[in-house]
Ligand binder design. Structure first.
Ligand code: NDP
Ligand code: OXD
Length: 311
């Protein structure tokens, strides 16, 4: 092993590891790159990059591991994995492209809802000319981190009235912010509720009956965070009872969404297959290499996760 270079293991069971291997291998800092599954000797591996889930006992094969990074923004796949050591730094992807793409997706969903696009598409099938007008909307953003914070700012620029909710109180120009204890007041304003929370023990199942009842009648849900935030039956009940007017869902408890899920067929639900914002290897690799160089010089890594908080 070249002492100057760092060996890496990539475990990506969902995404193609090829662009990551190609991008990382261009750096002088990088030694051997292994891709899981492999039978190679992994003793010299110091860095593990994971996009969920990590096969069992992989960590046992990495006695010299010094750093783990998620290849996405979310780290829930690492937080629930008992083999992940609690004394190693864990980082995640915080990337302007990820924030831009998430904001664009949510704006698309908001606009489709505000402009009744589903009704227009339906009308087109029968050559029906029906002028459905639109109203200004109050949007509530749950989670004001790298993604939710960016979204809230851009929504203000687009002229929406924006409300924000986070664990600790934030200050964002033009956004009325609430901390966790203010959830009731926050929900009461949200004609569209956008979920961009991380999934943790505190936020699992947070999109439930009680929360939906706290929203104004006719509210619309956009869930782009995690499927485990949503109690699916509570959503279906609320849609069927006419309290919620519709939902755009990108993430699900089980992915791919099973073919017998009632969500597929629900007339008020739009489904996309976890594509709201996808990590761009090129820009994420820049971040990973920046952190690799920090690891080598002993500087603090960027975008570390607080393991106690779970995000
Ligand atoms: P961040 O960690 O930057 O932000 C999380 C935000 O949630 C923070 O504002 C935090 O509050 C708030 N929060 C956490 N716990 C609570 C709680 N119990 N009550 C209230 N607020 C809370 O995450 P990102 O913005 O980078 O990403 C958010 C999530 O988006 C990811 O975890 C991932 O699940 C999802 N995602 C989905 C994608 C998709 O394609 N569908 C793509 C990328 C990400 P505070 O500021 O006080 O810490
Ligand atoms: C992520 C995701 O967390 O794509 O980055 O869901």
């Amino acid at each position: 092993m070249d002492q100057q270079k760092v060996d890496i293991l990539i475990s990506s069971s969902v995404w193609d590891p090829k662009p990551w291997v190609e991008g990382l291998s261009k750096s002088d800092l990088v030694g051997e790159i292994h891709v899981w599954p492999t039978k190679a000797d992994l003793t010299n591996v110091e860095v593990l990059f994971v996009w969920k889930p990590l096969a069992e006992r992989v960590i046992d094969l990495l006695p010299n591991l010094k750093w783990i990074s998620s290849l996405g923004a979310g780290v829930d796949h690492l937080m629930i994995d008992a083999q992940i050591p609690s004394d190693l730094p864990i980082t995640r992807i915080v990337d302007p492209f990820l924030a831009r793409d998430m904001t664009n997706y949510v704006v698309m969903g908001l606009m489709m809802h505000q402009r009744s696009m589903l009704s227009h598409l339906e009308n087109q099938k029968s050559n029906t000319w029906e002028r459905i007008t639109y109203q200004s909307l109050k949007v509530g953003v749950m989670g004001l981190g790298a993604l939710g914070g960016h979204l809230a700012e851009k929504l203000v620029d687009l002229g929406f009235e924006v409300f924000g909710f986070s664990r600790t109180l934030k200050e964002i120009e033009g956004v009325k912010c609430f901390e966790a204890s203010g959830i009731k007041d926050f929900l009461g304003q949200a004609e569209v509720l956008v979920n961009l929370l991380p999934v943790t023990p505190q936020t699992t199942d947070i999109l439930n009956k009680e929360v939906f009842e706290g929203l104004p009648k006719g509210a619309y849900l956009i869930n782009v965070a995690r499927g485990n935030h949503l109690v699916e039956q509570d959503l279906i009940d609320s849609l069927d009872q006419g309290h919620l007017s519709g939902a755009l869902l990108d993430v699900f408890r089980t992915e791919p969404l099973p073919s017998d899920s009632a969500l597929w067929r629900h007339p008020k639900v739009i489904i996309t297959p976890h594509v709201a914002s996808v990590t761009t290897p090129k820009s994420a690799i820049e971040l990973l290499l920046n952190n690799l160089s920090r690891l080598k010089t002993g500087e603090d890594l960027l975008h570390t996760v607080n393991i106690n908080q779970g995000y």
